[in-house]
Write a protein that binds this ligand. Structure first.
Ligand code: FAD
Length: 475
């Protein structure tokens, strides 16, 4: 009996009533990433139901030298939640840890299990007339633990910040099986190092997040959502600046997409409707919200919108007149990743630059691409208000994504370098996972990489927690 067989044997004896090993076909979905790029076998998939069970399973893995891949909703886009090759590993999914533990409407906090689906957390907050502001297109599937581990961003960072800003406390099972209970619902706590920050955005490399205390905010009572047709990203930026100057923090979202992205949604997602009669080069989706139900946003914005239309900054625009229309407009932007996957996929990037640099970086990349791969489809979309763009490049018609990947390294190197030269980053909100490890080594200074390795060594001396993610195993 080899080490992994022995491990399974002991696992079955130790956890007779837990759901721990999923055989054959049932195991397959846990092993493949959302994009279908990485699909490697795990020794087993473990589905603990409590923090104590996670801790016991981690201890057992450690005893047998089996590495662990923490897994949430499997919507990550850099293959962080699925195994790498090299070492035997189990997937530990938080899927069964899905309880809202408590809500405190006075303290405006919620204590929730790591496996709670983001949308369920939003609904729990809404049920007591509060807002849990993290919002992303994958919110119907991603878990709170996953969004913390990736420091997820999404469509409302402009007003509310990313996941890091929402987290007040954490409960984590450490690589040695100890449970760290840091579930404090405090806005102020300067008692030594703020340890939760280590785990937020660490992509499962320091432990398994089993619960969190998150902040809740007052719930907006009115909203205005509008979609403007524009000629270029430069025009989008002009419109954004004018509206932000007027509305300040009330401008909660500013999203950008192009004609190509819209066409993919209209072609691949049922019940999506073209917003304008004519095709325009690009679009910007803006949403303003207020705590005051009587806010007359349209009255406030009308002079600015009229000016933007008169000066040709905006070619056309629609304003949602109902919640149904609002959701229909959002679907056109939020459906792009799903539609792109249905259309065959693309080489994806997740860059951010200072927002003033957005038009130049888009021009630079599209000119370069046009020069070397003119028949490829460039699909740029993203969170314009945060300077975060998804620069996705699909193969020409008739070429499969897998064969196009032979060009992938060159394309990615150019896109990432363009972002860096513009004062930006090659990964804004998706993280590193196993797909961006080389880029991290290329763009972060040796002293930064060494610091990361030193912290990893201290918390996880045998590198058993999500090996091969973020930091290369080759040292
Ligand atoms: P998983 O994919 O399961 O895991 C992601 C990483 O976190 C892995 O490294 C994993 O090991 C680790 N992890 C998961 N759970 C835990 C845990 N409990 N403890 C420790 N580590 C853990 N991201 C954005 O930021 N903004 C967006 O706007 C956005 N839009 C998206 C739209 C679509 C259609 C899709 C498919 C994805 C999108 N994403 C976006 C990416 C993804 O949804 C986020 O990264 C999300 O936070 C991942 O959560 P998850 O639960 O699915 O994590």
């Amino acid at each position: 009996m080899d080490r992994t067989e022995k491990f399974i044997d002991v696992l079955v004896q130790t956890f007779p009533s837990a759901t721990y090993v999923i055989e054959g076909q049932e195991r397959r979905p846990y092993e493949a990433d959302w994009r279908g790029l990485v699909d490697r076998p795990a020794v087993a998939v473990l589905l603990p139901a409590s923090t104590a069970e996670v801790a016991a399973m981690v201890k057992l893995c450690r005893e047998f030298g089996i590495a662990i891949v923490p897994q949430g909703g499997r919507t990550g886009l850099v293959a962080g939640a699925v195994p790498v090759g090299a070492v035997p590993q189990v997937i530990v999914s938080t899927q069964r840890m899905n309880k809202i533990r408590s809500i405190d409407p006075i303290n405006n906090t919620m204590e929730i299990d790591g496996g709670v689906i983001l949308q369920v957390a939003q609904e729990a907050a809404a049920a007591i007339d509060r807002l849990f502001p993290l919002s992303l297109a994958s919110e119907g599937s991603c878990h709170i633990g996953g969004t913390i581990a990736t420091n997820a961003g999404g469509i409302q960072v402009l007003s509310y910040g990313s996941m890091r800003q929402q987290v007040l406390g954490l409960e984590v099972v450490l690589p040695d099986g100890q449970i760290w209970n840091g579930l404090r619902g405090l806005r102020k706590d300067n008692t030594g190092l703020d340890l939760k920050q280590l785990f937020i955005g660490s992509e499962g490399m320091f432990g398994i997040i089993t619960a969190a205390t998150v902040r809740l905010l007052p719930r907006p009572k009115s909203a205005l959502t509008m979609l403007a047709a524009i000629d270029s990203a430069g025009q989008a930026l002009k419109a954004f600046t004018k509206i932000q100057n007027l509305c300040g923090a009330d401008l909660t979202s500013c999203e950008y997409f192009t004609a190509g992205g819209l066409e993919m949604v209209l072609d691949h997602l049922p019940d999506s409707t073209a917003p304008f009669r004519e095709r325009h080069p690009a679009y910007v989706l803006l949403e303003v919200t207020s705590l005051d139900s009587s806010t007359d946003f349209f009255g406030r914005l009308e002079p600015v919108l009229a000016e933007l239309l008169e000066t040709g900054t905006i070619a056309d625009m629609v304003v949602a007149q109902s919640e149904v229309q609002r959701l229909a407009l959002w679907k056109l932007r939020e459906g792009i990743s799903e539609a792109e996957r249905a259309a065959g996929g693309a080489i994806k990037h997740d860059i951010a630059v200072p927002i003033s640099g957005i038009p130049d970086v888009i021009d630079k990349i599209s000119q370069w691409l046009h020069g070397i791969l003119p028949s490829c489809k460039l699909n740029v979309f993203g969170h314009l208000g945060d300077g975060n763009l998804h620069v996705n490049i699909a193969p020409p018609a008739g070429t499969s994504l897998s064969s196009f990947y032979s060009q992938g390294k060159r394309v990615t190197a150019y896109v990432e370098q363009a972002a860096i030269e513009a004062g930006g980053t090659f990964s804004a909100e998706h993280g590193i996972g196993q797909l961006r490890v080389e880029s991290l080594e290329k763009y972060r200074a040796p002293v930064e990489l060494e610091l990361m390795r030193t912290i990893k060594d201290a918390i996880d001396p045998t590198w058993m927690m999500n090996p091969g993610k973020v930091l290369s195993l080759a040292r």
